[in-house]
Design a protein around this ligand. Structure first.
Ligand code: EPU
Length: 338
């Protein structure tokens, strides 16, 4: 059941080499509990692996890595226009989205082609093109690592924020997400096309009243046109969060940089990190084995395939320093650093 000195290269989408002292892949909650209670692992740390699409392994892991290979999807009717659909943590996110679209269940179409597994989707409240999972999330079940009891987290308890949840804050390291339930529409779908790129893509495809399946197609086309496929080139999507600054700080920056872009939100303004990074001359720039993507500076790539995690981390520190120096804004990493 337990392997030793296991390479994690194929378990992280950056494709960096790092070894785990111990490793197990679990197919059920019972197996997971068994591993957690093995006497030989009593004093070990644990690392839970989903799709490996949001982690950067900077060194070997001195503990036990557990791959959550929990599979299965089930559903039950909620009301005339809604279904509650539950997917176990190890289901691939995009395959799950396609499964829902195939059944004509709406709510996740804007989140097509996001890498990773269902189990990690609530951690950072994955989002794209005007939608976040919190919009259709109903609840998730988690294993409490201290008591080994299963607990129920509704939306409120998850405390979702922009790329944030309780699982990245005070709940960090305390729970393993076992399954997630979404409340999706079955007939009257709410179509979200306000995100500029979707409108443009639909116009290109000459689609006037898009179905949820057509929205998904448009999102896939946009993502494929500017984001690198992790199967071909190692990356973890956006490496940084888009920073939020005060309206006051924004006004000052606007004087100096009239082209600065922003998404205003009351007293606050969200500034696209990709723009800031590009302005500092980092777009497509390569140092050693690492680079930013030539079409999207927010995505750091393992350009040669031979990068190690520390090299990627150092590259990201250089970007943070540049942006801080030019704009006085401190970028925050979105990717989990291990
Ligand atoms: N931009 C630049 N230069 C760049 C990159 C972007 O000027 O190198 C500008 C673009 O021109 C655009 C703006 O920045 O005006 C925003 O760019 P984009 O639409 O690509 O979105 P983003 O803010 O960079 C966020 C998410 C993505 C998500 C997209 C679409 C974060 C950290 N990232 O990116 O999520 O797909 O919006 O909704 O919020 C991810 O989290 O891994 C991810 C890919």
């Amino acid at each position: 059941m337990i392997q030793t000195q296991k390479s994690l290269k194929s378990y992280n989408t950056f494709g960096v080499e790092a070894r785990a002292k111990y490793f197990a892949s679990v197919q059920s909650i019972e197996e997971l509990k068994q591993v957690l209670q093995l006497p030989e692992l009593e004093s070990e740390k644990f690392l839970f692996l989903g799709g490996g699409s949001n982690i950067l392994l900077t060194k070997d892991f001195d503990g036990c890595a557990i791959q959550l290979d929990l599979k299965g999807i089930s559903e039950k009717q909620d009301d005339d226009n809604h279904v509650l659909i539950t997917a176990n943590a190890g289901e691939n996110w995009h395959q799950f989205v396609l499964y829902c679209l195939d059944k004509n269940y709406g709510g996740l179409e804007n989140l097509s082609l996001i890498p990773g597994n269902v189990g990690t989707s609530p951690m950072q409240n994955i989002g794209a093109y005007g939608t976040e999972i919190k919009d259709s999330f109903d609840y998730c079940e988690v294993l409490n690592l201290e008591s080994l009891n299963i607990e129920y987290f509704n939306k409120e308890k998850c405390r979702f924020g922009y790329r944030d949840s309780i699982f990245k804050q005070e709940g960090k390291g305390k729970y393993v997400i076992l399954n997630v339930t979404f409340r999706l529409t079955t007939q009257q779908h709410s179509i979200k096309t306000e995100y500029g790129a979707i409108t443009t893509e639909l116009e290109k495809l000459n689609i006037k009243n898009p179905t949820i399946q057509e929205i998904s197609k448009a999102v896939i086309a946009i993502r494929e046109s500017k984001l690198p496929n992790p199967k071909e080139i190692g990356n973890a999507g956006s490496f940084f969060k888009n920073p939020t600054i005060s309206l006051e700080q924004f006004e000052v920056l606007k004087e100096k940089f009239p082209n600065i872009q922003a998404y205003p939100n009351g007293e606050w303004v969200k500034v696209p990190a990709g723009w800031l990074i590009e302005q500092c001359g980092w777009k497509g720039k390569q140092i050693g084995n690492v680079a930013t993507h030539h079409l999207q500076s927010l995505v750091i790539i393992n350009k040669t395939g031979n990068a190690n995690g520390q090299e990627i981390y150092d590259f990201s520190t250089n970007i943070i320093n540049s942006v801080k120096e030019k704009f006085g804004i401190e970028l925050e990493r979105e990717v989990n650093i291990i």
